[in-house]
Design a protein around this ligand. Structure first.
Ligand code: HSE
Length: 312
């Protein structure tokens, strides 16, 4: 038996990025999940243990996003009976709006692909990673998995018909500050409350913001990025799920953030900033609001991760 062991890292992500609901995402340098895989004589995929999830995740590979994504790939290769052991080390909060299920989903399939000598190129793993997301959210939402796998800032031009994912430029001084308040919001719930329709006025404003953000990235025009990081569609519908959201946002903008909105479906709140120092200050300002309200929270300040999932 091949005694090689593979350890991989898949990063946390910020989906939507204010102006691109289900269309934009970016990866953080940290936190993220680690998965370790090795061959074993016993046939089939087995999850031997999970750390960092307080017993909240199943070790049944069919009930775990890392297991489901890896199984989907093994099935496509007709290798479901191959003996593989998997360990999952959750190094980021669950249900946080930081793409926790997606990071595990990506790490699971990426690790097994490495173990098997890369039968698939990186992008080819997306359909399998999406199966993990489906398990978690009962919807094929691709913004977190694509960002965690591929890294960078991504535009999901089309997911419905084919996976048309476009990488966008990452301006050198762009940093993210993310604060995770410990309140629970299920993505399923946060999606269920959304109106299925928007007005023509909202459409015009939001597509202007999305276009402006993309042009801002191409030109490294931080003022244009700041003017475009606005969400007139989703944020007003979800803000009430996050206690003190508008005060946190005000604090971030006051501390110098280019823009601030809900990370994915929340409860985390992200801000994009010009420079690491401003991002540090913005992170502290957002944290202070939650702390003053007696809500425990964690802060992550990070450059944009342009690598995505990596072998450690
Ligand atoms: N775009 C998703 C949402 C994030 O906001 O519901 C979860 O992938």
């Amino acid at each position: 038996m091949d005694d090689k062991e593979i350890r991989v890292f898949a990063p946390a992500t910020v989906a939507n990025v204010a102006c691109g609901f289900d269309q934009l995402g970016f990866a953080l340098s940290h936190p993220g999940d680690e998965v370790v895989v090795r061959f074993t004589d016993r046939p089939g995929l087995v999850i031997t243990h999970i750390t960092g999830a307080d017993g909240k995740l199943s070790c049944d590979p069919r009930e775990n996003t890392a297991g489901v994504s890896a199984l989907a790939m093994l099935e496509a290769l007709d290798k479901k009976d191959l003996g593989i052991e998997m360990e999952i080390h959750k190094k980021m909060p669950l249900g946080s709006g930081l793409g926790s299920s997606a990071a595990s989903s990506v790490a699971g399939v990426f690790a097994v692909n490495e173990l098997l000598g890369r039968p698939f190129e990186k992008k080819g793993l997306l359909p399998f990673a999406l199966e993990g997301e489906f398990l978690a959210h009962k919807a094929y939402v691709a913004d977190n998995v694509t960002s965690s796998l591929l890294g960078g800032i991504l535009l999901l031009k089309d997911v419905e018909h084919n996976l048309d994912v476009q990488p966008l430029p990452v301006p050198a001084e762009l940093y993210a500050a993310v604060v995770y308040p410990q309140v629970e919001i299920l993505t399923k719930t946060a999606r269920a409350i959304l109106s299925p329709t928007i007005t023509l006025k909202q459409h015009i404003e939001q597509s202007g913001n999305l276009g402006g953000f993309i042009v801002g990235l191409f030109k490294s025009d931080y003022d244009l990025i700041a003017r475009s990081l606005r969400d007139v569609v989703i944020e007003p519908q979800r803000a009430h799920l996050i206690p003190h959201f508008y005060i946190v946002k005000e604090a971030a903008l006051h501390a110098g953030a280019l823009g601030c909105s809900i990370s994915g479906s929340g409860p985390s709140v992200f801000a994009l900033c010009k420079g690491n120092d401003i991002a540090d200050q913005v992170g502290l300002a957002m944290q202070q609001v939650f702390q003053d309200a007696g809500i425990p929270c964690e802060v992550f300040v990070s450059a944009i991760n342009t690598e995505g999932a990596i072998k450690l």
